[in-house]
Design a binder for this molecule. Sequence first.
Ligand code: HAM
Length: 437
Amino acid sequence: MKKIKQRNKKIEKERSRKTSQFQTVKGMADILPKDQNWWKMINKVSDSVAELHDYYFMETPILENAGLFEASLGESTDVIEKEMYVFKTKGGDRVALRPEGTTAVVRSYLENHLGYFSSPLRVYYMGPMFRYERPQAGRYRQLHQLGFEIIGDSDPVYDVQIILVVFAFLKEMRLKNFKIRINSIGCRVCRPNYKQKIKEYYRTKKLELCDDCNERYEKNILRLLDCKEAGCRILVQKAPVILDSLCQACNNHFRTVLELLEDNAIVYEPDPYLVRGLDYYSKTVFEIYYDNPANALAGGGRFDYLSEFLGGRMLPSVGVAIGLERVIETLKSLEIEPNLKLKSRMFFAAVGDNAKKAAVKFIDQLRENNVAVVEALGKKSLRAQLKIADKYHLQTVLIFGQKELFEEMIIIRDMKTGAQENIVLSKMTEEVKRRLR
Ligand code: HAM
């Protein structure tokens, strides 16, 4: 006996050593059954909001050629320099796990001539993105985004429609009081002048900048404006603002966007130092957050030149992506529950081999009639099966045994009152449906 115990202990130890060896990769998480209602709700709400706002669903592969993102996001952005998962396939292709969705959507637009399909093209997508960032609360290496893009029109009305679609999504998810920061980062005409101005401003302050910003000074000067380091934050307060440098066209565009937001009763926070982390943006940029601007729920803006970066003609476009883990975490922190209308469920118990065999058929019949059935046919005793019904808080239970099989009857039990009734098998579905109503 002692020997058996010792052996079992050894096996258990070996098992736990093995399972602890096989865990999720750092920064990546499983979506567990306990959270299924959140993800079901996200799917439902995103489809319904997209349909109301006239967006088509599309999906691009998770793996793309690495060069695609390098061409679109900018070589000196954090995503390209530090965060992209790039590797060589056995065939020697250099591929990347997509760090974001917009680039791939535009790649697909050009590759599949989607302009013929609709102009502008409104699409939405949902799926995992990958960024090799330092994992912390709200920051993961595999994250899920819901993205909306309007491709092929420069009208500022679309900038606002993109903002409105995010607002509609967040509201349907039962989130309130989120805020939006907004800015314009100009275009090819006016941005170079502005870059020159901030270069001059920072020229004499290089010693006070953090190491990263000293590097950004040479490579990506705009990123100095949204550095989170305390010393850099102080310096930014007196930096020239881009709004003073915008050309007439960008100025008019931005003014119209703000007017339209006001017309739609959207309270916004102008943030002259919001620049966003990806190089493809022009004109309007924005971020939506709940209580911490550094932990944005969504970010987006115009990307009028992205198509050109990928070899296409100029294709003025605007879009947004929502970080779904962050939305769920915010809702959970506010103790908001997922709001889903789920099917009412009932429990089917069967005792005895023959009854169990017949039960498989009856359960299928109920499901075909749109009744959601829970069962635990693997458990032998009625008591063990009813325990499961209790655990699921199911009120309506069907009980089927040898006697019922012989008599072509079935017992229907109300778990709340304990009341039981025998009904003929042919009336089973009808009666269950009546009770579940
Ligand atoms: P992004 O600002 O890089 O924009 O990401 C959008 C959202 O994804 C963020 O606001 C955040 O909620 C979430 N997110 C980003 N990185 C992480 C992370 N490491 N962990 C958790 N959540 C994260 C884009 O990706 C652009 N493609 C958006 C866009 C669409 N612009 C135009 N169209």
